[in-house]
Design a protein around this ligand. Structure first.
Ligand SMILES: Cc1ncc(COP(=O)(O)O)c(C=O)c1O
Length: 378
């Protein structure tokens, strides 16, 4: 692993927390198309090239002890932490579609980047191993830096070529990724650069969560359950796919995204744009506007990647009632949001909630000091 202190060349978008200029496009008008049935939507999904990486379907688990402690809704947990690929998580579903494009490109090395405790990069690395490719990761320092724990430890175990750069802002990553790809190309490799903010990458990945919506819908029907709400830790691709899938099937279930991060661009605008690009890719008529999206940024805490008293207690509660291990960066904040919404009466005691466990659990081990800190019990 190399640790670099870098001076980042300032591209026109650097310093901004919004996606690079040119990718921002306000979503158009809402289209409530005639609902598709599951078979028809599955057919559209199957037309998108994919590679097999995930263990599916993931279990839908009833969690009555956690529900009782919340004092309210019937609670089911969709275990997408069990999708496979080096500890699983939501990214595995997304990578099935992204890697089809990577394999088709003839690349021999995948260049990707995010924070050092990135689940995305850990799962990308695992996928490269399954598909006989190499991984070159450029990781920004974030909260945990080059400490070889959690996801970063796994990246190294899997043999990724890791460079840690001493910056905190992920928005400054694209030029560094381009530099890495150019360096590999100059050495005779065939790099595929996964651009973190490119709409095509986001939409292709989001197809994985349209498929998850279909899978969940079938499980709910079999269990005889109507979900009033789905709570999900989501920055953009995951809630976009889930919401699009639910609306394309004509379901009225509220999809509530709890964001782990605050960006300049409202999450609602980003999620609607990605959902619409995904719909276009799938050739389905449903279109959403920002007002159709529900997303909260209230549970991030001071910044991305920081454990809050509420997220720590949410994590302890899930662990102590159901043996359910959440993660410190994403899912614990989503559960903190759900707990708060139950307390405020936004989620009724007689309602049913599906909590989407999107994974991220390897990061638990790099957050031991924060997780062991004492705070008032719930
Ligand atoms: C564990 C976990 N949950 C949720 C998310 C958010 O996913 P998305 O960016 O697809 O909305 C991520 C993203 O890295 C994640 O790692």
């Amino acid at each position: 692993m190399r640790v670099l202190a870098v001076t980042v060349r300032v591209a026109s978008d650097a310093g901004s927390t919004a996606p690079p200029r040119g990718t921002t496009r306000m979503p158009g008008t809402r289209t409530l198309a005639r609902p598709l049935d599951r078979a028809a939507l599955r057919e559209r999904i199957a037309a998108i090239p994919s590679v097999h990486l995930a263990h599916l379907p993931t279990p839908l688990e009833h969690c009555p002890r956690l529900a009782a402690r919340l004092g309210g809704p019937d609670l089911w947990v969709k275990r997408d932490d069990l999708t496979g690929l080096a500890f699983g998580g939501n990214k595995t579903r997304q990578l099935e579609y992204l890697f089809a494009d990577i394999v088709a490109s003839g690349a021999d090395v995948v260049v990707a980047g995010a924070y050092t405790q990135s689940n995305w990069c850990r799962q990308i690395t695992a996928a490269t191993r399954k598909l006989d490719l190499d991984a070159a990761l450029v990781l920004v320092h974030g909260e945990k830096g080059p400490e070889r724990q959690g996801n970063l430890l796994l990246d190294e175990l899997m043999g990724a070529d890791v460079t840690v750069v001493d910056i905190d802002d992920i928005q400054r990553l694209p030029p560094l990724l381009r530099e890495k790809a150019a360096e590999l190309a100059a050495a005779g490799r065939r790099p595929y650069l996964v651009s973190p903010f490119e709409l095509g990458v986001l939409a292709r990945s989001s197809v994985g969560y349209v498929a998850a919506a279909v899978e969940l819908d079938e499980q709910l029907e079999r269990a005889g359950v109507h979900a009033d709400h789905i709570y999900v830790a989501g920055a953009n691709m995951t809630p976009a796919g889930l919401l699009l899938g639910m609306r394309a099937l004509g379901r009225d279930t509220r999809v509530v995204g709890i964001s782990p991060v605050r960006w300049d661009e409202p999450r609602e605008v980003d999620i609607a744009r990605i959902a619409n690009a995904t719909a276009e890719l799938l050739g389905i008529e449903t279109r959403l506007v920002a007002d159709d999206v529900t997303s909260y940024e209230d549970y991030v805490g001071p910044r991305y990647g920081v454990v809050t008293p509420e997220s720590r207690e949410a994590m302890r509660l899930a662990a102590s009632t159901e043996g359910l291990i959440l993660d410190p960066v994403y899912t614990s904040k989503a559960l903190a949001g759900l707990i708060d919404h139950v307390r405020r009466g936004q989620v009724g005691a007689g309602e049913t909630v599906v909590f989407m466990h999107t994974g991220g659990t390897p990061a638990v081990f790099s957050y031991a000091p924060e997780l062991l800190a004492r705070s008032a019990p719930l």
